[in-house]
Design a protein around this ligand. Structure first.
Ligand SMILES: [Zn+2]
Length: 84
């Protein structure tokens, strides 16, 4: 699956549709509805797709975390040093 940093949303690799669910369940539902052929692929391929998506979700969460760290300030930062 792809990731759109501008919209901060996942994008379906198969159709390019933005995925607002941000969850594997929602992604699975979208694939099941829009791309049933994908689910009929080899189990390994399906698993790879879901694992890839799961990884994208994790990356998104890390992205948000870094954004909060940069723009939200760090009240517990004892170093007092801003990142960049
Ligand atoms: Zn799709």
């Amino acid at each position: 699956m792809d990731y759109d940093p501008l919209n901060q949303l996942l994008v379906c690799m198969a159709c390019g549709e933005l995925q607002y669910s941000h969850s594997l369940e929602g992604v699975r539902a979208h694939i099941d509805e829009a791309h049933p052929d994908t689910l009929s692929l080899h189990a390994g391929d399906k698993r790879t797709i879901l694992e890839t998506w799961d990884e994208q979700v994790s990356q998104r969460e890390r992205f948000f975390t870094s954004q909060l760290r940069q723009h939200g300030g760090a009240p517990t930062d004892t170093n007092g040093g801003a990142v960049d």
